[in-house]
Write a protein that binds this ligand. Structure first.
Ligand code: GDP
Length: 200
């Protein structure tokens, strides 16, 4: 299937989230991760030119940026991507939500269309507590999620294996998909996971 991505809108409040008129309740895939995890690079890889509009506009990094993926000439998207603001700047934080703008929690808690949360974690650094907290919160909420290890090209196979084992253990996950926006490793497998929301 060939999907054409288009930038949809930036939301700074729940009332700005895309409505049925714009997406016809298409399933949404959210991209979550600490700042610098490689989220922009990955989104750029997945939706290419559609991201240019986002990075060139100040303030949009603190918004939820929505992208619509259209199949052929269909007016309504088949899948919607939601790019959430990065977290984890503060060294010590009691909760992730303390650092996050107020409109993030309603999105994760209540958004009906949200079908899959992709939790990006950096394979080049030790497991981060803020990531564990987010992943635990998603598990508690019963939100389908997949942990995606980024920047896999920077490690040898042996190092990557060790990093993945440590991440699985720290985050209590059985499975982690590793990707690289530089080498394209794992990108096809990630698309397969994303297409999975169409069958849900
Ligand atoms: P964001 O803050 O999560 O949006 O992260 P960026 O996409 O801006 O990436 C942060 C840094 O990591 C930049 O210097 C990128 O060039 C680098 N980076 C991102 N993805 C990869 C990757 O797959 N491989 C390598 N080697 N570097 C990456």
């Amino acid at each position: 299937m060939k999907l054409t991505p288009k930038f949809l809108l930036s939301a700074m409040a729940p009332e700005h989230f895309p409505t049925e008129a714009k997406t016809n309740h298409a399933p949404e895939v959210a991209f979550l991760g600490r700042s610098n995890v490689g989220k922009s690079s990955l989104l750029n890889k997945l939706v290419g030119a559609a991201t240019a509009k986002v990075s060139s506009t100040p303030g949009r990094t603190r918004a939820i940026n929505f992208f619509a993926l259209h199949e052929g000439a269909k007016a309504m998207p088949s899948i919607v991507f939601a790019d959430l603001p990065g977290y984890g700047y503060a060294k010590i934080s009691k909760s992730i939500s303390a650092e996050w703008p107020k409109f993030i929690e309603p999105y994760i808690n209540e958004r009906e269309e949200l079908a899959l949360c992709l939790c990006l974690v950096d394979t080049n650094i030790p497991p981060q507590e803020s990531d564990t907290m987010l992943i635990e919160a998603l598990r508690d909420m019963g939100r389908p999620h997949l942990v995606v290890g980024t920047k896999a090209d920077r490690l040898s196979n042996n190092q990557l294996g060790k990093s993945v084992a440590a991440l699985k253990k720290a985050h209590g996950e059985d499975r982690i998909l590793t990707v690289s926006s530089k080498s394209d490793a794992g990108i096809k497998a990630l698309w397969t996971e994303i297409y999975g929301v169409l069958e849900a």
